[in-house]
Design a protein around this ligand. Structure first.
Ligand code: CUA
Length: 337
C-alpha cells in the first residue's frame, strides 16, 4: 500500500514537472529573453520561499512557547519589549531591502530584454484577429514584403523585432519558450523583440481572453538556419502553384466562384481578400485554423465542410458545397505548397 502511494506520488510529480519542459514553457527557455525571465522566476520563487519559511518559523516559535504563562499579564518588562521592538524593526528593514532589491532586479531585467532586439535586422508585423494571427514580413523593397498567417519563421540566433497590433479586440502574444507576453491592442503598435538560440519549433498561445475561440488561437515560431530561412522567404514570395490535375483545376475555379474569394487571398489569382488568412502557400504550413488542426487532406476537408463544428464561433462561414466540389477545392488547396 505504501509502495503504491509512493509510485502514485512519483507519477504525479513526473506529470507536474513535465509541465516545466517542452515547446511551450517559460521554465524551458530557448532564447535570451526567456532565459532572463526564467532566472527571474526562479530567483523570486526561491527568495519568497525562504521568506515564507522564516515567517512560519517566527509564528511557530511563540506558539510553542505559549505554555509559559505570565503571572501578571499587565506587568511591564522593558528589556523584553526592547528586544521585541528590535526584532520587528529588523524584520521591517529586511522586508524593505528585499522589496527594493526585487524591484531593482526587475528593472535591470527589463533593460536586458529591451536590448535584445536593438540591432534586429528583421521586422515582422503581427496582427491579431479573432481568432488567428496575420504575419507580415517588412522589407524596404515592396516586392519582398510577405504576408502569411499563424506560423512565424525566423532565422535562429538572430534578434527579430515584432510589431504587435490588432484589428478587433485585445489579444496577447506569448511564446513562453522565447519571451514574455505582450498585448496586441487595436490602434496601437507594441514592440516585442525575440531571439531563438537554436533552430526549433516553439508554440505560442494568445494569452488574453478575446472571445469564444481564444483557446484555439495558437501560433508557432519556426526558427531555422539563416540560409533555410532565406530560401523559405523566397519560396513564399512566389505566386501560388498552378493546379495540375483536372480535379485541382476545377477546385481553383470553384474557389473563385464561391464565397471563399471574398475573404482569402491566393497570390497569382484574382482572389485578393484580406480579412482571413492568406492561402497562397497554405499547404506549406503545419497546422490549420491557428493551430487547431494539423495540416492534412482530411482536416482541410473537415475544416471547410464544417468550420463551426471545428471552431464554433469562428468567422469562417459554412459554404454550401457538394462532395465533389469539396474534394476539388481540397485538391486545389492541398497543392498550394
Ligand atoms: Cu486572441 Cu485570445
Amino acid at each position: 500500500m505504501k509502495r503504491l502511494a509512493s509510485i502514485e506520488f512519483a507519477t504525479a510529480m513526473a506529470l507536474f514537472l513535465q509541465g516545466c519542459a517542452g515547446w511551450q514553457s517559460a521554465l524551458d527557455p530557448k532564447g535570451p529573453a526567456a532565459s532572463e525571465l526564467a532566472w527571474l522566476i526562479w530567483f523570486f520563487t526561491g527568495l519568497c520561499a525562504v521568506v515564507w519559511v522564516l515567517v512560519m518559523a517566527a509564528l511557530a516559535v511563540p506558539l510553542m512557547m505559549r505554555s509559559r504563562q505570565h503571572a501578571e499579564p499587565l506587568a511591564l518588562d522593558a528589556s523584553s519589549d526592547n528586544r521585541k521592538l528590535r526584532v520587528v524593526m529588523t524584520a521591517v528593514g529586511l522586508t524593505a531591502v528585499i522589496l527594493v532589491g526585487l524591484t531593482l532586479l526587475s528593472f535591470f531585467a527589463n533593460r536586458t530584454l529591451a536590448a535584445i532586439g536593438s540591432d534586429a535586422a528583421l521586422t515582422i508585423r503581427v496582427t491579431g484577429h479573432q481568432w488567428w494571427w496575420e504575419v507580415r514580413y517588412e522589407d524596404t523593397t515592396p516586392s519582398r514584403i510577405l504576408t502569411t498567417a499563424n506560423e512565424i519563421h525566423i532565422p535562429a540566433g538572430e534578434p527579430v523585432r515584432l510589431l504587435l497590433t490588432s484589428t478587433d479586440v485585445i489579444h496577447s502574444f506569448w511564446v513562453p519558450s522565447l519571451s514574455g507576453k505582450l498585448d496586441l491592442i487595436p490602434g496601437r503598435m507594441n514592440v516585442l523583440d525575440i531571439k531563438a538560440d537554436k533552430p526549433g519549433v516553439y508554440r505560442g498561445q494568445c494569452a488574453e481572453f478575446c472571445g469564444s475561440q481564444h483557446a484555439n488561437m495558437g501560433t508557432f515560431i519556426i526558427a531555422e538556419p539563416r540560409a533555410k530561412f532565406d530560401a523559405w522567404w523566397n519560396d513564399q514570395l512566389q505566386p501560388a502553384a498552378a493546379p495540375t490535375s483536372d480535379q485541382a483545376k476545377a477546385g481553383g475555379e470553384l474557389f473563385l466562384k464561391r464565397p471563399c474569394v471574398m475573404c482569402h487571398k491566393i497570390g497569382g489569382t484574382p482572389a485578393g481578400g484580406t480579412v482571413a488568412p492568406d492561402l497562397t502557400h497554405i499547404a506549406s504550413r503545419q497546422t490549420l485554423a491557428a493551430g487547431t488542426l494539423t495540416m492534412s487532406r482530411g482536416n482541410l476537408a473537415a475544416w471547410i465542410a464544417d468550420p463551426q463544428g471545428v471552431k464554433p464561433g469562428a468567422h469562417m462561414p459554412v459554404v454550401d458545397l457538394s462532395g465533389d466540389e469539396l474534394n476539388a477545392i481540397v485538391a486545389y488547396l492541398e497543392a498550394l505548397k
